[in-house]
Design a binder for this molecule. Structure first.
Ligand code: PRX
Length: 682
């Protein structure tokens, strides 16, 4: 029998989980009935099909359990074995040096990441194998072999060197999803420059913040990229971002759309001119295992995005190994991860993981609904995609668009599906399983983060029984647990905090130029135990499966991408009409979470629809379209504690139910809440 405390926690956790799972059909239903429904859906179990398991890298749950136990008993040996499958120019002396909170992997070892992704496949006789099957949004197609990709990378690396870019220099990449985006990343890796890719949907202001924080010396961009039939003017945003910048000396511009752009003499160079005559050979110099590979900015609960730093040997080992086992890599696979290279998924499972394995993959430039919602399925059919990896937000958009799109296509080439970015609600899981997977493809629901570098919790498709909605079990060498405030592991089905108790090779090495924030965000809470705090709430069921409930901090997950409430708030407050703003998440049918902004104005009487639209656009220009609030609610005041902290919990309640039932004893002025409740009834 469960204790009554345990039961209460369980109900709370499940109710919270139900909020995530239940939003797609009836956003306002009673939380208790959701709880019951969540419990019933959890009973569905899908075992790996025997024909899939028969050829899989790990073929049964017993094998997984045995290998996992071995890997956890001695993670260093496990990871050292995996790392030794890569090409090292100098072997390491120490597998792991762990001085809280700093981990160093494969210390003393030297490698070149781009050599591992390119040269070694060519050297092994696979130069003619296709690396990238590119399809532009307008329909242009290109196949790039590993030999070609190596030659292109060397040429561009030589172009970077010729402009004085050195090991350790930071280079911002702001590109459409074209093969040259991967070339730019690999070229940086080849010469030891540190890339920082900025998602092409982010605004000039976002680029400018990242340029400033990283003190980048160069930018790689394009005249534009195609998105929903229009040109996204990337170069124009770069120009704006560079207006007050003093560190960037060179801008490389790829011609993609023939869109007219301004080129500043001496600073801006056309990519095609730079590589003209450049040598197709560029030595893959050896860099230390801990040499920085990239910085990727992601949102935290406070302030500006933080630059998550990843290094070379450990990161590559993580991306390489997880791709191989979780996507059950086979030589003849055609892999397609729909993520943009601007996100961590695009780093680990478009560029480094698949390429370190020598995989063939699809690159698609544009939107899923261009010209209509059949585009992805047309691509799967045309290129005979065998492994497909996307996000729940996309799946929900497809469900909404209607079944006729996938039904008109031959999807029989698919053998495995994947999901990433947020908990996948069982309804979306079932649709993915039946309509896309033809009930024959396992689904790997992969839990990980920008910080973790690679997938940490996921099914192994030939081994793990699947339950819709859970990322299931930890990967080899990953000591994941759910713990209480004291760091003690909680009982089955009790909610708690997700932590990783031992270092792993692809873990972040820091927040760029902010050691204190690194320590405070991920390590301070369980400092004595040395646990990494993921920031997610979760529970494990009686079979050990991890059910992720959602973020414990003020981080929103919009369409599988992280946004800090503080980030959106500071964008709003930067508008001259706004006095104060508080942002909360609200269940959203497609995006998972939508954004509601409560705004107080300097002049209350200015509140109107036009201002609301203006504020939404303002956030779009400050951060990017992804951060635009779905709803702006003007308010006379915001609920605060006596010490002046905004009580977002109450605002969330007001959004969800229109009223406040929780504890309001710390509230400074209840009238503010009364007024907000009144407004939501109107
Ligand atoms: O809350 C978790 C959620 O996304 C967060 C990480 O976001 P980001 O660094 O942007 O990386 C997204 C792509 C790896 C996590 O803290 N998350 C990611 N994958 C899952 C998930 N939540 C539940 N299930 C997942 N499979």
């Amino acid at each position: 029998m469960e204790s009554s405390i345990g039961m209460a926690t369980r109900i709370r956790t499940l109710a919270a989980l139900a909020v995530f799972k239940g939003f797609s059909t009836l956003p306002n239903r009673n939380p208790m009935s959701d709880t019951i429904e969540s419990l019933s859906t959890e009973n569905r179990v899908f075992s790996p099909p025997s024909n899939f398991a028969a050829t899989a890298r790990v073929q049964s749950l017993e094998d997984y359990k045995k290998l996992y136990a071995e890997s956890i008993a001695d993670p260093e040996s496990y990871w050292a074995e995996r790392a030794s499958e890569l090409t090292w120019q100098k072997p390491w002396e120490t597998v792991l040096e762990w001085k809280k909170p700093d981990a160093k992997w494969f210390v003393g070892g030297q490698l070149n990441v781009s050599e591992n992704c390119l040269d070694r496949h060519v050297a092994a006789g696979n130069g003619d194998k296709v690396a990238i099957l590119f399809e532009g949004e307008p329909g242009d197609k290109r196949a790039v072999t590993y030999s070609q990709l190596l030659a292109d990378t060397c040429k561009f690396a030589n172009a970077l060197k010729a402009r004085g870019i050195k090991p350790g220099d930071r280079v911002i990449i702001y590109m459409p999803m074209v093969p040259e985006a991967a070339v730019a990343m690999l070229a940086c890796a080849r010469i030891g420059a540190v890339h920082s890719v900025v998602f092409g949907g982010f605004s000039a202001q976002s680029i400018s913040d990242r340029l400033e924080d990283s003190e980048a010396v160069a930018v790689v961009t394009a005249d534009g990229g195609w998105r929903r039939g229009k040109v996204v003017e990337l170069k124009a945003s770069v120009d704006e971002a560079l207006e007050e910048n003093t560190t960037v000396k060179n801008v490389f511009v790829l011609k993609r759309t023939e869109n007219e752009v301004t080129m500043r003499n001496g600073r801006d160079h056309w990519w095609h001119e730079e590589i003209e005559g450049a040598s197709e050979e560029c030595p893959a110099l050896a860099f230390d295992s801990e040499h920085p590979l990239f910085i990727l900015y992601t949102s935290g609960s406070t302030g500006k995005p933080k630059g998550i730093l990843h290094t070379s040997g450990g990161y590559l080992t993580g991306a390489y190994t997880t791709y191989r086992y979780i996507f059950d890599y086979k030589d003849n696979d055609v892999f397609w991860c729909t993520a943009d290279v601007g996100w961590i998924t695009g780093h680990s499972y478009v560029v480094y993981g698949p390429m370190a394995n020598g995989a063939t993959q699809v690159f698609y430039e544009g939107a899923p609904n261009q010209p209509d919602f059949g585009r992805f399925w047309q691509i799967v059919e045309d290129y005979k995609v065998s492994v497909f990896y996307t996000a729940p937000t996309a799946i929900r958009a497809f469900i909404k668009a209607g079944d006729s799109f996938p039904e008109g296509r031959d999807l029989s080439s698919l053998r495995l599906l994947g999901s990433v970015g947020e908990p996948i609600n069982p309804e979306a899981w079932m649709w993915y399983h039946t309509k896309i997977g033809g009930e024959r493809c396992p689904i790997v629901d992969t839990w990980w983060q920008t910080e973790t570098g690679a997938i940490l919790i996921s099914p192994l498709p030939g081994a793990t029984p699947l339950k819709p909605g859970t990322a299931t079990l930890p990967f080899f060498g990953i000591d994941a647990a759910i713990v209480d405030e004291t760091g003690k592991e909680v009982a089955a089905n009790e909610g708690g905090k997700l932590v990783i108790r031992k270092p792993w090779p692809s873990m972040l090495r820091g927040i760029y130029r902010d050691e204190a924030r690194f320590k405070e965000t991920y390590w301070d809470e369980y400092w004595d135990q040395g646990f990494y705090l993921a920031g997610d709430g979760a529970r494990r069921d009686e079979d050990g499966n991890f059910w992720i409930v959602g973020r414990l901090d003020d981080v929103l997950n919009v369409s599988g991408h992280r946004l800090g409430t503080a980030e959106v708030e500071s964008a709003l407050v930067a508008h001259p009409a706004v006095a104060e703003a508080a942002v909360v998440g609200k269940p959203h049918e497609i995006k998972g979470q939508g954004i509601v902004a409560f705004v107080t104005l300097k002049t209350e009487s200015n509140a109107c629809d036009a201002l609301s639209a203006e504020l939404r656009n303002h956030v779009g220009t400050q951060i990017g379209a992804i951060a635009k609030p779905d709803e702006i609610r003007f308010a006379a005041g915001l609920p605060k504690t006596r010490s002046g902290k905004i009580m977002r919990r109450l605002l969330k309640e007001i959004c969800a139910s229109g009223t406040v039932s929780g504890d309001t004893t710390t509230l400074e002025d209840f009238n503010v809440v009364a007024a907000l409740q009144q407004t939501s009834e109107d």
